[in-house]
Design a protein around this ligand. Sequence first.
Ligand code: SF4
Length: 275
Amino acid sequence: MMSRQERRARLRAAAQKAVKDGIAVQAQHGGLQETIGLAKILIDILEGSARERASDAAREANRVFDRSLDRYGTLETPACGRGCAFCCHTPVSATAPEVLLIATELRRLRMTQEMASRINAADEITREIGFVARYTFRHACPLLVDSICSVYTARPAACRGMNSTSADACRASFENEKIDITKVAEPLLLRGAHGYAMLAALQATGYPPEFYELNHALRLAIQTPDAEERWLDGQNIFVDVEKDHGEQNNFEREESRRMILDFADMARGKLPLPS
Ligand code: SF4
């Protein structure tokens, strides 16, 4: 049996690999060890003392996501490009740190006022429709300005993971044709890895391991004074936001729940990493 010291050494090595090379989702082990390594990194950030450590955690998870794609690439070439925004008309869900990072980014860009009314207006409409119905009711993300994402570097993993092999298929789907969009595999797998790492870190640090509907959550993150400080303090400012229960990383589904709990324990060094 592996000693506690050996377990911790393997965990540290997995975290270092995640930082250096990202997550090898197409490898035989599916990048499982680096995913848990990333969860450990996120736990360390969330338990640190930085004032914006929730935003910092999301930023680091995004950086590992992008690093993974730079390092390992994709088998198929994404058809996505600047100004192509069909997929920005479908519902988006994000974890609390991702939402708080976008609010931080909007403040940094001094776009809070201008954007607040767009987000409020979008939230009024999309909350009425509901998350699932929005897959067939096209409504633009309020962060989409002139067909460009205004928070591109801070966009959530849901958006990072959505890459199509055919812009024509996306257009047809947008125009309500019933058509299957073939997605590029690696970003989609990375979205899952990113999600599990983040939910495991949230679980391990006592925060709700949830995905929230973006428009409503972002509205609250912008309107609530000291939103990030409060959330870090344990006030769940997103408690009334619709959860994305269609996600694979759904804490209510037994299989996902078990996995998140195990990943949280592995990232704490309580359980050994999978070989
Ligand atoms: S956050 Fe950015 S990339 Fe994601 S749906 Fe909104 S505009 Fe598009």
